[in-house]
Design a protein around this ligand. Structure first.
Ligand SMILES: C[S@@+](CC[C@H](N)C(=O)[O-])C[C@H]1O[C@@H](n2cnc3c(N)ncnc32)[C@H](O)[C@@H]1O
Length: 216
């Protein structure tokens, strides 16, 4: 399928991308939400794991620190975040392949990964793109391979719903609506996954961050 390479940058606007790490530090319980993601991911030594939408590379760095034997690969659509992540990984001496996504089929063959994970990406995709990418993730996973998504989920209180308006103003209402209404698990199921579950969540200053797991 040929799709146009259109995307929402990490903080909604291209000129804000260099402030992404600082903004996350100031607005999110970063240590808590990222370490929980890695805990749920449980990277094993014999596994090959893809992060879809690696951003500035923070999750890849933590995952590598958790298990240096796991083979990690990153895929992101934005060349700007790719250079930021590359700079950080080179500085740390971590050898992790980062691929630039062209918005079409993923550049991997079927059954390439034991696990695929993604954090704070799906709320930036329109529904059609959410479904397309979920199907691509399904295709590149091995049978019984695992998908872990951490992203904005159904607001767990009125306060969380109001707080999330800030994210919606930055990233747009169209792409974030499915997340905050709690539709993401249904879209994951529609893409062919089984055992789709919300396994945990964290209420942050700007909304409820949920963890979903699913199996191919
Ligand atoms: C909010 S950032 C999250 C970055 C990182 N995963 C994290 O947890 O901090 C969203 C990322 O998704 C990427 N992205 C947006 N649309 C995308 C698409 N269609 N395909 C792949 N990556 C995309 C952006 O370039 C950005 O790096």
């Amino acid at each position: 399928m040929n799709k146009k390479k259109e995307f929402i940058p990490a903080l909604g606007y291209d000129w804000l991308t260099s402030f992404y790490d600082l903004t996350i530090k100031l607005t999110m319980p970063e240590k808590e939400f990222r370490s929980k993601l890695v805990q749920i991911l449980e990277p094993q030594s014999n596994e090959t794991i893809l992060e879809f939408g690696f951003g500035t590379g923070e999750n890849l760095i933590l995952t590598h620190l958790e298990n240096k034997e796991t083979k990690l690969v990153g895929l992101d659509i934005d060349p700007k975040v790719k250079s930021i992540a590359e700079y950080k990984l080179n500085k740390l001496g971590f050898n992790i392949a980062l691929d630039l996504y062209n918005g079409s089929n993923f550049p991997y063959t079927e059954n390439s990964f034991d696990k695929v994970f993604s954090s704070l990406v799906f709320h930036q995709l329109e529904r059609e793109t959410k479904l397309f990418c979920l199907k691509e993730i399904h295709r590149v996973l091995i049978p019984n391979g695992k998908l872990i998504i951490g992203d904005w989920g159904k607001a767990k209180s009125k306060m969380m719903r109001i707080a999330f308006l800030l994210v919606q103003i930055l990233d747009g209402f169209k792409t974030t609506d499915d997340n905050v209404k709690g539709y993401l698990p249904e879209l994951i199921k529609q893409s062919g996954f089984k055992d789709v579950r919300e396994v945990d969540f964290i209420n942050t200053k700007i909304g409820t961050y949920s963890y979903y797991s699913a199996v191919k």
